[in-house]
Design a protein around this ligand. Structure first.
Ligand code: SAH
Ligand code: SF4
Ligand code: F3S
Length: 472
C-alpha cells in the first residue's frame, strides 16, 4: 500500500466555501488524500479563495508568496508539493493567477470541483491546469452543475447546499459573476443528504445558498418548492432537532417561510437578513430593489409569526455617494430593528461590477469613522442581547468537549456558545441550561435540574414595531 498523501486546505469567505472545502476533501479521499493541519508537510495545498472585497482577494497573492518558499523547500527535500487555487478568485482571475504565479499548478472554479482528480493528474504529468467553465447553458437556462459526492457527517451540525449562485446583481457585488446564476437542487437530493447526515449523528442542519430563500428546487410533485415548503418536509426527518438557513435576501421572503417559523419548533428563531444600508437613495444605487420601509415590514412579518426571532445583518458603509444623512438613516434603522449582531464592511470597489465605475467615492477617513460608529452601535446591541440571557434558562444543543477540562460546549438557538460542567454523554442532546454569566460572546451556565421549560423571549428581543417609529 502506498502512504496516504497529505492535503492542506485553507478556506476564506463564506459558508459556501467552508462547505466546498469539505466537499473537496471528500472528493479527494478516494484518491488517497488525508487532511493535514500543517502546510509544510502537505503534498497538496488548496487555497479556497474569496473575491468579495479587495482585502480578501489580495490575501491569495501573499499566501502564494509563502507557498513558493514551502514548495521550494519540499522540492529540496525530494518531495513534490502541488498548489491549487480554488474558489471565487480562481473563477474571477484564473488566467491572471496562472500568468502571475508560477507556483500554482491548478486553478479550479467553484463549478468544477468534481474535476479535481483529473486536473491533478494533468498537473502531475508536468502541466498546469485551469478549469473555470460554467455549466453549459441550454434552452432551459443553466444546467445544474455536476457536483462531487455529498459531504460526510462531521459532528453534530452540518451545512447542506440547497441553492447556489445569485441573480440579484447588487451593483457592488461579485457573487453573480463568480458563482453564476441561481440554481436550486432538487428536493429529493436534499432530503437524501439530510437523511444520511441524520443517520450519522447530525442533529442540526443549516441550509446554505448565496440567496437561500430564492430556493425553487423541483419537488417530488414535479413543481418548484419554496424554501418554507422544503423546511416543513425536512423537519419531519427523525433526529433533526434544529434547522437553520443562510443567507436570505429581504425581497424573497415568502409567506411559507414565515409560517414555517410560526409552526416548526425545529426552525431556529435566528435569521440573517442583510440590508446593507438604511438609506433608500443608497439602496436604489445598490440595486437592492427594496426600501428601508420594505425591510422593516419583512422584519415585522417574521416577528408577528414568532416573537422571539432575532436578526443579524450585513452593512456596507461608504458606498459611492453615501452622505452623512444616508449614513444616519443606516444608524436609525439599526436602532429601530435591534440586532443580535451584524457584520459591517467598508465599501470595496470590485472590478467588473457596476458600482466600480461610480465616481462619487467616499473618503477613507469618512469610511473609517462611519464604520467605527456603526460597529459600536451593533456591539452595544449584541452585548445587550447576550447579557439578557443571564438568569434565564435556554435550550442548548451540545456539540463537543470544551477546552477547559470537564466542560462541554454547545449552542443556543441564537448560536451563542454556551459552556457547562457535565459529562460528555450530553453531546448531541438539546438540554435546558440556566445561564449564569456572559464572557464577551460566550455564555456560562449549568444544566437546569430538574429540567424545566426554557424561558420565553429575553426582554431585549421584544419587537420594536415599525409603526411606532417615526423618522428615518
Ligand atoms: N447573499 C450573500 C452575500 C455575500 S457577500 C451571502 O450568501 O451571504 C456578504 C456580504 O459582503 C454582503 O452582504 C455585503 O455586505 C458584503 N459585500 C459584498 N460586496 C462588497 C463590496 N464590494 N464591498 C464591501 N462589502 C461587500
Ligand atoms: Fe451579492 Fe446581492 Fe446576490 Fe447577495 S443578493 S450575493 S449581495 S448580488
Ligand atoms: Fe467570497 Fe465567493 Fe463566498 S466571493 S463570500 S467565497 S461566494
Amino acid at each position: 500500500m502506498t502512504a496516504p498523501r497529505k492535503l492542506h486546505i485553507k478556506s476564506y469567505g463564506c459558508q459556501m466555501n467552508v462547505y466546498d472545502a469539505q466537499r473537496m476533501v471528500d472528493t479527494l479521499a478516494p484518491e488517497g488524500f488525508v487532511e493535514t493541519a500543517n502546510v509544510d508537510d502537505a503534498d497538496l495545498v488548496i487555497l479556497n479563495t474569496c473575491h468579495i472585497r479587495e482585502k480578501a482577494s489580495e490575501k491569495v497573492y501573499s499566501e502564494l508568496g509563502k507557498l513558493r518558499v514551502a514548495k521550494a523547500e519540499a522540492a529540496q527535500a525530494g518531495r513534490k508539493m502541488n498548489v491549487v487555487v480554488a474558489g471565487c478568485v480562481a473563477q474571477a482571475e484564473g488566467n491572471e493567477i496562472i500568468r502571475r504565479a508560477p507556483v500554482v499548478d491548478v486553478v479550479v472554479g467553484p463549478q468544477s470541483y468534481h474535476n479535481l482528480p483529473a486536473l491533478l493528474k494533468q498537473a502531475k504529468a508536468g502541466g498546469r491546469a485551469l478549469d473555470t467553465e460554467f455549466p453549459i447553458e441550454d434552452k432551459f437556462g443553466f444546467l445544474p452543475p455536476p457536483k462531487p459526492a455529498a459531504i460526510r457527517a462531521r459532528g453534530i451540525s452540518s451545512f447542506v447546499t440547497v441553492q447556489e449562485g445569485c441573480d440579484k446583481f447588487c451593483t457592488f457585488c461579485v457573487v453573480p459573476y463568480t458563482r453564476g446564476s441561481e440554481v436550486s437542487r432538487p428536493v429529493a437530493k436534499i432530503i437524501d443528504d439530510v437523511q444520511r447526515l441524520a443517520d450519522n449523528g447530525v442533529h442540526e442542519i443549516t441550509l446554505i445558498g448565496q440567496n437561500v430563500n430564492g430556493y425553487h428546487g423541483e419537488g417530488p410533485d414535479g413543481r418548484p418548492w419554496a424554501l418554507g415548503t422544503l423546511l416543513y418536509r425536512l423537519a419531519e426527518i427523525p433526529g433533526i432537532a434544529r434547522l437553520r438557513y443562510s443567507t436570505s435576501h429581504p425581497r424573497d421572503v415568502e409567506d411559507t417561510l414565515i409560517s414555517a417559523h410560526r409552526d416548526l419548533p425545529e426552525l431556529m428563531p435566528f435569521v440573517h437578513l442583510p440590508v446593507q444600508s438604511g438609506s433608500d437613495r443608497i439602496l436604489a444605487a445598490m440595486n437592492r430593489k427594496h426600501t428601508a420601509e420594505d425591510y422593516r415590514r419583512v422584519i415585522d412579518r417574521f416577528r408577528d409569526a414568532r416573537q422571539d426571532i432575532a436578526f443579524t445583518s450585513d452593512f456596507i458603509v461608504g458606498f459611492p455617494g453615501e452622505t452623512e444623512e444616508d449614513f444616519a438613516a443606516t444608524l436609525a434603522l439599526v436602532t429601530q430593528i435591534g440586532y443580535a449582531g451584524a457584520y459591517s464592511f467598508k465599501y470595496s470597489p470590485r472590478p467588473g461590477t457596476p458600482a466600480a465605475d461610480l465616481q462619487e467615492t467616499v473618503s477613507q477617513a469618512d469610511m473609517d469613522e462611519r464604520l467605527v460608529r456603526l460597529q459600536n452601535l451593533i456591539d452595544s446591541q449584541q452585548s445587550a442581547f447576550n447579557a439578557a440571557t443571564i438568569g434565564r434558562t435556554v435550550d442548548v444543543l451540545f456539540e463537543r468537549k470544551a477546552r477547559n477540562p470537564g466542560q462541554i460546549v454547545g449552542r443556543t438557538a441564537y448560536l451563542q456558545p454556551a459552556h457547562v460542567m457535565a459529562s460528555d454523554d450530553i453531546i448531541g442532546q438539546v438540554l435546558p441550561v440556566t445561564i449564569e454569566s456572559v464572557e464577551r460572546y460566550s455564555l456560562l451556565g449549568s444544566l437546569a435540574s430538574p429540567p424545566v421549560a426554557s424561558s420565553p423571549v429575553p426582554p431585549v428581543l421584544q419587537p420594536v414595531r415599525s409603526h411606532t417609529v417615526t423618522g428615518a
